[in-house]
Design a protein around this ligand. Sequence first.
Ligand code: KPL
Length: 303
Amino acid sequence: MKIAIIGAGAMGGLFGAYLARSGAEVSVVDIRPELIAAIQANGLTVEEPEGEMNLRLQAVVEAEQLEPVDLVIVFVKSAETLQAAKSAGRILREGGRILTLQNGMGNAEVIAAVVGSARVLAGTTAHGATLLEPGRIRHAGRGETQLGRLDGSADDFCREVAALFSSAGLPTRVDDDVKSLIWGKLVINAGINALTALLKCPNGQLAERDETRELVALAVREAVAVAEAAGIRLPYADAVDKVLSVAFATAANQSSMLQDLLRGRPTEVAVINGAVVREGVRLGVATPVNRILELLIRSLENC
Ligand code: KPL
């Protein structure tokens, strides 16, 4: 299976390096020329607790520079999803699919509007990765990846992708309910990302103190109430417990929102806490904690 990853930041780089190490035919695409130049010059380096690995792979600024592929994995920030979907559509072979493992609400639907929902796979990943510099990533926490079809039950293509990821060292399972997966990750990001960005702390610190655990619980309970009102069956029973266990499993990681703020880039707060707020308004569920988190992050973005 020929694969292109659009978005060669922390998560795109991590998946690219693991897949390349397993012998998969994988290329990375990113519109940031300095990132691509670094990967072309030095490959992708992933720092693991047990040492580092360096992988050489094809890296390009424009997807159109690639041969047609069977699978495109989208790992760009939500604001760039539309552009990535258009590029992906141009390099997909007949029968090929686009997989989004991005954070936040609405990415799969944006991609489906471009290529049709039958060609879209969606899912989540609980790995924690920090982009240290272009082409250098710290793998700061492991977790499961889950994926399925946007418009139906998982099929052989999904199972093939899951088997490929798993054999590359990225344990992956298929699921028939991608809405549940996406909401499940949204609740986790609503509990971790904005708080770590505001407190400027790694994920693990949220689980260490009563005050921060309570803040997590306040944000998470609101998100769960909205998910329930939307008729979503979350993929875990105790959401606060789950979020704290992800914070612990990715203890050394800087959340993606903290990384964005530290780099002076816009964050994904609109599709995380902001999405909880918007869905809450639609369904009549109060979400004052998520609204405050959204407003604080937006204020910091503009400082
Ligand atoms: O998804 C993440 C993120 O930072 O965006 C977690 C799982 C919280 C890892 O940091």
